[in-house]
Design a protein. Structure first.
Length: 119
């Protein structure tokens, strides 16, 4: 008897939802797409695709720079842990930090040069 009552209540709720959804019209406006940073003239679809490709390439470059930063940070943390274990010295950590900074500067330089070549 209890299961039959639960089924009846569930069916009644489903019927009420169906009835309410049939009576109203829902029309949501889709948001407009953002123009690329290098917005072309109106009607220039090739330029529009180039602009979006440029933006995608910039985002991928930012992701690559973030990965390089995380790799340097991971290396510095690993070196710090080895200093605690007595396997390395603070001079090793300084060397890893200096080379990591040079690596990051080189990666950022290459990404900046690539961004100017792309577009």
């Amino acid at each position: 008897m209890k299961q039959a009552m639960q089924k009846y209540t569930a069916m009644k709720a489903a019927a009420a939802m169906a009835f309410l959804s049939l009576g109203t019209q829902v029309q949501a406006a889709l948001p407009a797409t953002a123009n690329p940073t290098n917005a072309p003239a109106q009607g220039d679809y090739i330029g529009l695709l180039k602009g979006y490709a440029f933006d995608i390439a910039i985002v991928l470059g930012l992701i690559l720079g973030t990965i390089a930063f995380l790799a340097v940070a991971k290396n510095m943390i690993a070196t710090y842990n080895e200093i605690g274990e007595g396997k390395k010295t603070w001079g090793d950590m300084g060397m890893h930090g200096g080379m990591g900074v040079l690596l990051l500067v080189f990666v950022v330089y290459l990404l900046t040069q690539a961004a100017t070549v792309i577009f």
